[in-house]
Design a protein around this ligand. Sequence first.
Ligand SMILES: Cc1cc2nc3c(=O)[nH]c(=O)nc-3n(C[C@H](O)[C@H](O)[C@H](O)COP(=O)(O)OP(=O)(O)OC[C@H]3O[C@@H](n4cnc5c(N)ncnc54)[C@H](O)[C@@H]3O)c2cc1C
Length: 561
Amino acid sequence: MIIGSGIAGLRAAIEASQLTGGKLSIGMISKVHAMRSHSVCAQGGTAAVLRVDRGDSAEAHLFDTIKGSDYLADQDAAERLVSLAPAEIYRLEHWGMPWSRDGDGRISQREFGGHSFPRATFAGDRVGFYEMQTLYDTCLRYPNIQFYHEWYVTKLIVEEEEFRGATAIEIKSGTFTAFKAKAGIIATGGAGRLYAFATYSHSSTADGLAMAYRAGIPLKNMEFVQFHPTGLVPSGVLITEGARGDGGILTNKDGDRFMKKYAAQKLELAPRDVVARAIAREIQEGRGFRDESGMEYVHLDLRHLGAEKIKERLSEIREVCIKLRGIDPIEEPIPVRYVCHFTMGGIHANIDGATPVKGLWSAGESACITVNGANRLGSNSTATCLVWGSITGRAAAEYASHRDTGNFPRETVLAEEKRIYDNIFRGEGKDNPYDVKHELEKTMDEHANVFRTEQGLGEALKTIRALKQRAYQHVEDKSREFNMNFINVLELQSMLDVAEVVLAGAYARTESRGAHFRLDFPKRDDEHWLKHTLAYKTPDGTRLDYSPVMITRFQPKERTY
Ligand SMILES: Cc1cc2nc3c(=O)[nH]c(=O)nc-3n(C[C@H](O)[C@H](O)[C@H](O)COP(=O)(O)OP(=O)(O)OC[C@H]3O[C@@H](n4cnc5c(N)ncnc54)[C@H](O)[C@@H]3O)c2cc1C
């Protein structure tokens, strides 16, 4: 069983199918149609070392990733990423991926923040869409992969610390069903919709993380939330880093190219945590512009790239700017500000993507393997989805090929059905779930953003705990079929559980590292905090524990760009 059909889930299904000669029965469950999974939004590129002949190397990609992570990446995992990513690019090509090409016919690569070489492989600025189309088309060639589009998984069934399956609701009919499985992969993506101003699809509501957490699996490093420097104001839709990779510059209201002050060498192509903080500082110090929505922003200027380059390589973001903002980046600068974009943390998994529950793996953004540490480099996520999609697909298929489904606990299924329908669907809660969601987003936007403090995080924790008490047991719409009000209420419960983990980890971590910046503790503190956070669910809330970082080749150093 694969839960989630983004890049990671689809890649896992193909690997599992190929490994078993098309014999294994693979169920692919997704709460949206597979081709509406969040991965279709990926814009700018997928990192891989393809140009060793021109000076790139696996060693350089590895070092960039580790330095970018502020030394919190497990270095053995990062090494696996860089060594396996190139083969994934060529494999996709063989399955039909229309990579952009240089004049000599070779696959093009562009610059991305924090990378020391242009190694982001791309297809215009629609890389996710084309990768998804290629993987989905390939999946359709295997009749043993069965898609369950628009099924919402509610719970993992774990018995004697072994994975046995999951319960789910078919959204179309509202029917509640239990699926038995010999092995499972959670590939449910990130948690970005905890924030209102986010680049994420509205389906990125942290369900898979919450399910794992409730099943006793710890969530790792959840305090590290990435803010991308360039969200379009006021919608938050992403303007890809590829725009800066291709030469775009950032300016403030005085016309200054302010990145000179913050990252003298890499400028706009410093990693995202550095650029996002620089924009936040410019705005705080009064050098931003103000939109009529009240939002403050800076300018991303592409005009000097010329119409031809923008039309060829950045056509999607041009279209987004024209349709959503009424400006054409060929003629005007783009209003942008930092925006929630990626979840570095996730389900605790080892270098093979295996979770502590036997027979259960996690891949893609839902997994914390831990390649990204405290800050992910752009274009490394889709590469990670492909690499660990393949690794976990293989491991789960091998495991499932030698197992029975095992004892399936009927009483757990009945208890879940009761929880869903008696407690939630027919619940008597008084609060409107959309008001609760709005308060959750506002709290996270205000207190768990680019800059954080003990006071703000403490207040936010209190608010989220109070919201958990009043939340979710209220579904206004009582129909069974396509009841999105019901599904939204279930999603809200996931988001509140996971928000508490983000805040608890951020409150406890009294240092600044990567994307987690504490104004009251502005320095990195390796002596006390060079460690991963593990968050466990207990009846009294989140319990934190810590585990060591795997350092193999690069000792932590000061990080300058
Ligand atoms: C706008 C944007 C642009 C980006 N551009 C890039 C880029 O250029 N390069 C790069 O490397 N990264 C990029 N990223 C990051 C990258 O897109 C994601 O990290 C990656 O696509 C995540 O893929 P995934 O397979 O892990 O999950 P997703 O694509 O997020 O898919 C999650 C799946 O889980 C399913 N699901 C979730 N909950 C449930 C449930 N309860 N029941 C059933 N199914 C469920 C969903 O239906 C979906 O199928 C970008 C991110 C954003 C927001």
